[in-house]
Design a protein around this ligand. Structure first.
Ligand code: FDP
Length: 337
């Protein structure tokens, strides 16, 4: 089979009218930055990059050295290219403007530079997640409010998982595609086109240690999965939890399954655990484009009108039928109150 590089794929997408030249170049720049992050993560202890940075991000979470390094790599790579009007990141309170000395473009880039970073020191897969929006017309100095667009307006979304292989999964709203990094050649090569997530599954991912804090409909739903063949679902379910969202979502993209980070009593006041703009929305876009579903347990994630750059939401995503059952239990319980 003839291999197709990311660059060739982007040219094809341009010819098909799915992306313009600026967006295609932006994806190339992000991919190049992610290759550098892959090199840094692969070096592990030998690169002196493991451990705490000794700082906290704006959400009060301890930053790892690799969180800070990955953020800097993405900012630096994207500053001069001319495709962006501004960037926003999990690691920075406010959007980062493009320095005056560089040309500005028409896009807004949001990213979580290193998701699952609590796993770095134990050599478990981590990843980068990104979402690309159009900068509103006439805005030359984008502020946080200009990023607050619903997920349905995303022009592109992707993630890169730094695992045994470095893999990028990408959508422009015309299917979800996977590229594997050929380390010798230094190129991302198309490894799966038009990925489909099976509608049904017997595998779920959730942090079970939070069970006692969940809402009643979540208790009911997971209780039924755990009851297996003898329970109301009449089927045995298997559980997996890497605790690195990119790795858990990549498993679902590969063999199906459902991922949940529901609301619980500990995080209720924050609105959820995962961030809407640079975790939930891009993952929801990727999963929906692969035939899956993504909700907050009550409504479609991509339909939400964001209220803050670092807003958190509950996340239910993956195989359509299971997301529908879990969401139905929540909607039904709300209606009964
Ligand atoms: P992390 O805090 O390590 O960055 O984005 C948050 C996240 O990881 C997800 O990648 C992961 O799915 C989740 O948190 C893990 O949560 P638990 O610590 O509750 O397992």
């Amino acid at each position: 089979m003839k291999s197709i590089s990311l660059i060739q794929f982007l040219i094809e997408e341009r010819r098909a009218g799915y992306v313009n030249a600026e967006l295609s170049l932006l994806i190339e720049v992000v991919a190049r930055a992610c290759k550098r992050i892959a090199v840094a993560t692969n070096k592990g202890a030998l690169g002196g990059v493991l451990g705490e940075a000794g700082t906290g991000n704006i959400q009060g979470e301890a930053q790892k050295k690799l969180d800070v390094i990955s953020n800097e790599i993405l900012l630096e790579a994207n500053a001069w290219g001319g495709q962006l009007a501004a960037c926003a990141s999990e690691e920075m309170e406010d959007p980062q403007p493009i320095p005056d000395m560089y040309p500005k473009g028409h896009h807004l880039l949001l990213f979580d530079p290193l998701d699952g970073s609590s796993n770095i020191d134990v050599n478990i897969s981590v990843g980068t997640i990104f979402s690309i929006l159009r900068c509103p017309d006439g805005v030359t100095e984008p502020r946080a409010e200009h990023f607050l667009q619903p997920g349905t307006t995303q022009l592109a979304a992707g993630y890169v998982v730094y695992g045994p292989a470095t893999v990028m999964v990408l959508t422009f709203g015309h299917g979800t595609h996977e590229f594997t990094l050929d380390r010798e050649v230094g190129s991302f090569i198309l490894s799966r086109r038009d990925i489909r997530i099976p509608e049904e599954t017997a595998e779920f991912a959730i942090n079970m240690s939070n069970q006692r804090h969940w809402e009643a409909p979540m208790q009911r739903y997971i209780g039924e999965l755990l009851a297996g063949k003898d329970g109301p679902r009449a089927k045995d379910f298997n559980m997996r939890w890497v605790a690195s969202m990119v790795a858990d979502v990549h498993r679902i993209i590969t063999r199906g399954g459902v991922f949940f980070y529901p609301l619980d009593a500990k995080i209720r006041s924050k609105g959820g655990k995962l961030r809407l703009m640079y975790e939930a929305n891009p993952m929801a876009f990727i999963v929906e484009q692969a035939g899956g579903a993504a909700t907050t347990g009550r409504e479609r994630i991509m339909g939400l009108q964001p209220t803050g750059l670092h807003q958190r939401v509950p996340v239910f995503l993956g195989s359509k039928k299971e997301v529908e059952v879990a969401t139905h239990y929540h909607v039904e319980a709300d209606a009964a109150v």
